[in-house]
Ligand binder design. Structure first.
Ligand SMILES: *Cc1c(COP(=O)(O)O)cnc(C)c1O
Length: 230
């Protein structure tokens, strides 16, 4: 077994154990492999080990990897900050977008989603850390944004995403994740059930699963440390 296949298996066991500890079925928690900065060959290797969903942060990288890996049945997730002038590429290539945080971006994705493709799955990114984070809509603005996005053709609203600020404090982390869970419960009570909570990364995936995550986005624990070009 390759080192990468081994790392992938370790992450899956960790998620299974976290789900079991939380009294949740293991299949409730999807693993999104975050492959940003890693070459297409690494994705091929993870694919050979059974991984199908991959997350990318940068539009250009998504584009080149989609091209290089067109022979594989990959489910592509765009999870990075999305600028208006790059939305068309994402609308044409991605199966999911986790980082919608304003109506304007959702409207562009809706208009640009090719009619021949199935609806683009969308999560609304929520800023659960207040001033410490720039991305994401404010929690109190999320319900109205969810309803507005749900009305757009070509998009399918699936849920909510967050990136809490790094913290060594487990209680603070749990409080951040709870913001998303509470919004999910609020929307269910208002007649808009959401099946996806995209939360948890390499450092906090077990806590995220305990807090109700249905999709963890894991990079480092699968592919190793990232080296950004200078
Ligand atoms: C990079 C990234 C991840 C993965 O982070 P790791 O700590 O490497 O697991 C998850 N989500 C988003 C939005 C990211 O940008």
């Amino acid at each position: 077994m390759t080192q990468l296949a081994q790392a992938l298996q370790q992450v899956r066991s960790k998620l299974d154990a976290a789900a079991q500890a939380a009294g949740r079925p293991a299949q409730d928690v999807q693993l999104l492999a975050v492959s940003k900065t890693f070459p297409a060959a690494a994705i091929r290797e993870a694919y050979a080990a059974g991984q199908r969903a991959f997350g990318e942060n940068y539009v250009q990288e998504l584009q080149s990897k989609c091209r290089e890996l067109a022979d594989l049945a990959i489910e592509w997730h765009f999870i990075g900050p999305l600028q208006s002038n790059k939305s068309r590429i994402v609308a044409e290539l991605a199966h999911w977008v986790h980082s919608v945080d304003r109506l304007k971006i959702a409207e562009r994705l809706s208009a640009q989603r090719p009619a021949a493709l199935s609806a683009l799955n969308v999560c609304i990114q929520v800023n659960v850390s207040g001033e410490d984070s720039k991305s994401g809509c404010a929690p109190q603005d999320a319900p109205a944004l969810l309803r507005a996005v749900a009305a757009l053709p070509g998009l399918r609203v699936r849920g909510l995403m967050c990136i809490p600020e790094p913290t060594p404090d487990p209680a603070l982390l749990a409080a951040r994740f709870a913001v998303l869970r509470q919004l999910q419960q609020q929307m269910a009570a208002e007649g808009m059930p959401l099946d996806t909570l995209s939360m948890g990364m390499s450092a906090d995936m077990a806590q995220a699963v305990a807090a109700g995550s249905s999709m963890v986005r894991v990079g480092t624990a699968i592919f190793g440390a990232r080296h950004y070009p200078a």
